[in-house]
Design a protein around this ligand. Structure first.
Ligand SMILES: NC(=O)c1ccc[n+]([C@@H]2O[C@H](COP(=O)([O-])OP(=O)(O)OC[C@H]3O[C@@H](n4cnc5c(N)ncnc54)[C@H](OP(=O)(O)O)[C@@H]3O)[C@@H](O)[C@H]2O)c1
Length: 313
């Protein structure tokens, strides 16, 4: 099969479009013929070696966690999936491998694809969708009437987070810039702050929850926007242990493990209208160009790789 592999940590030039063995479908796995894969910021953190301590890999390995496709084979001990099912998945980091024509994924990390969207759109959902779910629904336990500030609201995680927060009945304050402002408003945000033009901490006050997808100066300025006892949930940079206590609030860091059961709930919501925003689309062989764009911070939207044609079913 064709795949994007790396043989050493480094820049996008390490990404080789080459032949690789079809992965073994072990007990508990499904083998998926990948139609589309998506690109997450963690993909270039894994590629560069920045995650080498936390997620050790052996070379060569196929990049990518998220994707959508068609079940090609089912391992022993697998319930609920059959050959020909249309699925989407978030493969655990230790295995990964979605930038390829075939990937073997633990069936517990797979769900049936939403019926109403394309494979490319389904592929764009798993990691950011799960992170938004874990952060807002499971960790912050957002409820009707709570006030939440969502940073990076025009991003992959943020666009899902805004919609989930509105579905929970929360009042949503969002930060975005440029064309992202209108997008975030169209997803239901009650207030949108242009983070390039205005200091969000001068207008956002007394919040129950901050979802921090940025870290650094954005995280530091966020503490003062919370009410006493409020909660900052971070997805990019873990808050320093004593910082929340010093501000009289709470903090949590979310690192989302893959769970097919959560993907199934997200798929239902997509079929009921949750929007998944896809940005630039690339052929699998151009994955390095997509990484360059993503790392430059100029991608402005979720990038998707087209791997095989759905009609090859
Ligand atoms: N812990 C987990 O389980 C988990 C899961 C998923 C993602 N993440 C992490 O969460 C972060 C966001 O992921 P993503 O997939 O949503 O990335 P993304 O699609 O690249 O979105 C990032 C967004 O942040 C915006 N932004 C940049 N600087 C900002 C600032 N100072 N204030 C407010 N918004 C700003 C960008 O908007 P512009 O267009 O204005 O630049 C962009 O819309 C990444 O660090 C990722 O690694 C963690």
């Amino acid at each position: 099969m064709k795949a994007i592999r790396i043989h050493a940590y480094g820049g996008p030039e390490q990404m080789q479009f080459e032949d690789a063995p079809v992965p073994e479908c072990r007990a508990g796995d499904v083998l998926v013929r990948v139609v589309a894969a998506s690109i997450n910021p963690i993909d270039w953190k894994l590629r560069s070696g920045a995650m080498a301590k936390g997620i050790p890999k052996s070379f060569p390995f196929v990049l990518g966690q998220d994707g959508a496709g068609v079940v090609e084979a089912v391992g022993s001990d697998v319930q609920g999936f059959a050959i020909g099912d249309e699925v989407f998945f978030y493969a655990e980091f230790a295995r990964g491998g979605s930038y390829a024509q075939f990937v073997a994924v633990d069936a517990a990390q797979v769900a049936k694809k939403p019926r109403t969207v394309t494979f490319a759109t389904a592929a764009a959902l798993p990691t950011p969708g799960q992170a938004a779910w874990t952060a807002l629904i499971e960790t912050a336990r957002l409820e009707r009437g709570m006030r939440v500030l969502i940073h990076g609201a025009a991003g992959a995680l943020g666009t899902i987070a805004v919609q989930l927060a509105k579905q929970q009945g929360a009042h949503v304050v969002a930060t975005a810039s440029g064309e992202g402002m209108a997008l975030v408003a169209s997803l239901g945000a009650d207030e949108v702050i242009d983070y390039r033009q205005q200091r969000f901490e001068s207008v956002a006050r007394g919040l129950d929850v901050v979802l921090d997808t940025i870290g650094g100066a954005t995280q530091e300025a966020s503490w003062s926007t919370l009410r006493p006892g409020g909660l900052l949930v971070a997805t990019a940079i873990p808050p320093a242990p004593d910082r929340a206590a010093a501000a009289g609030v709470r903090a949590a860091f979310v690192f989302t493990p893959p769970r097919g059961a959560v993907l199934a709930q997200l798929a239902e919501r997509v079929d009921r209208g949750l929007r998944v925003i896809v940005g630039r689309e690339f052929a699998l062989s151009d994955a390095a160009a997509a990484h360059r764009l993503g790392e430059s911070g100029r991608a402005h939207g979720k990038m998707v790789l087209h791997v095989t044609a759905p009609a090859a079913n």
